[in-house]
Design a protein around this ligand. Structure first.
Ligand code: GLN
Ligand code: ZN
Length: 763
């Protein structure tokens, strides 16, 4: 018989900061527009932060996090706190909040100019962090005032918290060295700074403990990485008068678990949802008595009710193996990645809502699990939860399931092979050299947004709305003809996003009113939820595409979102395997592709903007994901005639390592973002014998700049130095929906003038 554990507690390592009504977003935007002063901004931020803390305290959470409430991004907080200020921000005369937001958003004022820090996906989530830069001018200096005041604020409210900061190892691994400093200089600097930062925090606020969040540990770590991690943490822990807790998420600790017991932590938090292996890994280590084990059994990244029975089984297994451990029930990651509360969901019926849990409800789940384990819960809490999982949530759709089951190898093979069909297409279209096109969307002006709003509020009828949208399409087609693009688009005025638009027209999705999740800074997304089997019951875009094509003799691209992107930007079901949902989505898109073709659309673009996003962190799992993504894409496109041209688009250029898979998607043409760095990618494409025709974006749509004809000419020449002319398309690097018409048309005109010039030179 094993000895009983001490009572189980609850804790989390992060809570959404945007607020139930996206207060932080609107507050920040008002501040950016200078509608409210810094003082007022701070006051309101404090109120929001305090109400979060009070909610957590009142809901009985045992360990309440602090410092997780970032005004923009947690990594940016560290950049600011360590004084990792790159050269271009040093002489703007900015400090404090102004400097902080300048790094986040770029600065352009009084003739001074600094491009924002770049943003990257936070591991396998849809959240973005700001990339720290270490250039030779960085002169680190601890600047902890804003962290100290956040801690004091909690103390003054009488709320005891455990501060959580992104850890030094993850910070070092994510930092881009842009000057001549070495990796070991970076390591030494960061270690020394963290030490100093923690000492300052302890001295100024009297905190006795801290959690360091090290998500990087869930990636494949080399022996050197492990060494680096050990060195940094050992060094730090021995130098600070604090209990240090190591928090991890997004996967398992297979490379590092054995090193953890000897590093002197007071506890470890593990992800037991995405890090399935962690349960087994825990068997192989032992910790000193009283060591705190945070068990992330409630998903921090998805929105379904927790299955208590399963979680309890997991926790009991750990309790048995680690009878002396202090067990804390927690979420698998920060709750930042889920929406705030179900309280404001008015549209979904109770039979659906009862299956969902957002951040607030998840805090309740942690409490339930704790009370059940401690024997202080009434039996109906567990029973009520078990009810949810007794019977399947939805009825089976055997027709669709059978369609997926009966897919044949030939459904994934387009005929004839690409080189053959490209010849057929070249003949059929007769494009000039370097064909020109855009990625799909044109500016979503205030006028267009107002139309949508009026439709929603009932101020205008559906018919009036459709008629207005058609007017915009017609005007856009005319303008595109005027600048002389070869392949036109309808402009996507009827959609404001790439997933919800399709989700709303498919069976199997549900939508929340307020299920917002922070994507970066003030930008939030509201992912639709895959509720059941996905099925297309009617055409999705054929009307509009057909209308646009009827206005011009030039080809107009049909514009669709690909299956992997739709899945990655949704909350997936937890009962339906991802493969199943992806194939269902692929079949729906395939049916749409064939209907578009029937309606006379000769070029169809299937965007896979988010293909890279959910690439598993571990190399061992990547192949399976990629092959699913490739299969799904091929399924959408393989039914078309040889002369129908299939395009795809990706919003980034980081696919040097997955080139083979991208080429295997077997599209005819791909467009993607191409900045300076992707000249390297172009060389890789060339060297790998990449066969897909390629449109490396020649213009950065994320910036309001209008490149000159000369600049376009130089960019195109550079591309043609690397890739053969027959392979190249000319296009912007992403959709134009976020830009204004005043910039877009001059840009396209310059792009076309440059292209014509080069065609002339090369003819
Ligand atoms: N076709 C979409 C557009 O042009 C693609 C958007 C994207 O790649 N993010 O807006
Ligand atoms: Zn894009």
């Amino acid at each position: 018989m094993t000895q009983a554990n001490s009572p189980v507690k609850t804790g989390i390592i992060g809570y959404p900061r945007i607020g139930a009504a996206r207060e932080l977003k609107f507050l920040s935007e008002a501040f950016f527009r200078e509608e409210i002063a810094e003082n007022e901004f701070y006051q309101k931020v404090h109120a929001l932060r305090k109400s979060n803390l009070e909610f957590l305290k009142n809901s009985g959470l045992d360990s309440i996090p602090s410092l997780d409430f970032s005004l923009y991004d947690g990594i940016l907080d560290i950049i600011q706190a360590l004084g990792f200020i790159p050269e271009r921000f040093q002489n703007l005369g900015l400090q404090g909040l102004k400097l902080y937001f300048a790094m986040a958003r770029g600065y352009q004022k009084n003739g001074r100019n600094a491009v924002a820090l770049s943003m990257k996906k936070w591991f396998n989530t849809n959240y973005h962090y700001l990339v720290p830069e270490y250039d030779d001018a960085v002169a680190p200096k601890i600047n902890a005032g804003f962290l100290i005041s956040a801690l004091k604020e909690a103390q003054e409210a009488g709320i005891q918290t455990r501060p959580v900061l992104p850890g030094p190892f993850t910070f070092v691994k994510l930092t881009r060295i842009t000057g001549s400093k070495s990796a070991s200089e970076l390591e030494e600097t960061v270690t020394a700074l963290y030490k100093e930062l923690l000492l300052v925090l302890a001295k100024e606020t009297g905190i006795a403990e801290i959690s360091l969040l090290e998500p990087y540990l869930a990636k494949d770590l080399s022996e050197e990485d492990c060494e680096l991690f050990r060195r940094i943490h050992k060094n730090l822990i021995s130098a600070v008068p604090l209990r240090v807790y190591l928090a991890t998420c997004f996967g398992d600790l297979r490379n590092i678990i054995s090193a953890i017991p000897e590093l002197g932590y007071s506890g470890l938090t593990l992800d037991l949802v995405e890090g399935k292996e962690n349960l087994r890994l825990l068997d192989s280590v032992s910790f000193k008595p009283g060591f705190e084990l945070g068990l992330g059994v409630v998903s921090g990244i998805n929105i379904w009710r927790n299955n208590y029975e399963k979680s309890l089984e997991t926790v009991r297994r750990v309790q048995e193996k680690h009878p002396d451990a202090a067990i804390v029930i927690t979420a698998s990651s920060s709750l930042l990645h889920v929406p705030v509360t179900l309280r404001n969901e008015k549209s979904l019926p109770e039979e659906k809502l009862k299956y969902l849990a957002f951040a607030e409800e998840k805090i309740g789940e942690l409490r339930d699990l704790r009370d059940i384990l401690n024997g202080s819960s009434s039996p109906d809490v567990l029973e009520k939860n078990q009810e949810l999982f007794k019977t399947p949530r939805t009825a089976a759709d055997t027709a669709t399931e059978n369609r997926v089951k009966n897919l044949q190898a030939s459904d994934f093979e387009r005929q004839p092979v690409r080189s053959e069909r490209l010849k057929i297409q070249d003949q059929a279209f007769g494009f000039p050299a370097l064909p020109t096109t855009t990625i799909g969307s044109f500016p979503q002006t205030a006028e267009i947004r107002a139309l949508r709003k009026n439709l929603r509020s009932g101020a205008i009828s559906r018919a009036d709305y459709d008629a207005e949208i058609r007017k915009h399409i017609a005007a856009c087609i005319k303008e595109q003809e005027k600048v002389g693009l070869d392949v036109l688009v309808h402009g996507e005025f009827e959609r404001n996003d790439m997933v919800e638009f399709f989700g709303r027209k498919l069976d199997g999705y549900i939508f929340t009113d307020n299920g917002w999740v922070q994507s970066y800074g003030t930008r939030c997304v509201k992912p639709p939820v895959i509720w059941s089997t996905i099925r297309r019951t009617a055409p999705l875009t054929v009307d509009i595409a057909g209308y646009a094509q009827s206005l011009t003799a030039k080809p107009v691209k049909g514009m669709l979102t690909g299956p992997i992107t739709i899945l990655n930007w949704s909350f997936p079901s937890e009962d339906i395997p991802a493969r199943e949902s992806v194939m269902e989505l692929a079949l729906a898109i395939r049916d749409e592709v064939l209907d578009l073709e029937k309606a006379g659309i000769r070029i169809i673009q299937i965007d896979e903007a988010a293909l890279r996003e959910k690439l598993p962190l571990r190399r061992a799992d990547q192949q399976e994901y990629l092959s699913l993504a490739v299969q799904a894409f091929r399924l959408t496109a393989s039914g078309v005639k040889p002369e129908t041209q299939i395009h795809t688009h990706m919003c980034y250029s980081e696919f040097g390592d997955i080139l083979k898979s991208i080429d295997d998607m077997d599209a005819d043409v791909i467009s993607f973002e191409a900045s300076r760095s992707s000249l390297t990618l172009l060389k890789q494409l060339r060297d790998a014998g990449f066969e897909t025709r390629t449109g490396p974006g020649v213009y950065d749509i994320h910036s309001p700049r209008i490149p000159s004809v000369e600049e376009f000419t130089a960019t195109i020449r550079k591309i043609l130095d690397i890739l053969p002319r027959e392979q190249v398309w000319i296009n912007p690097d992403c959709g134009l929906k976020t830009r204004g018409n005043a910039e877009v048309w001059p840009c396209l005109e310059n792009m076309l003038t440059a292209t014509r010039k080069i065609r002339g030179e090369q003819a």
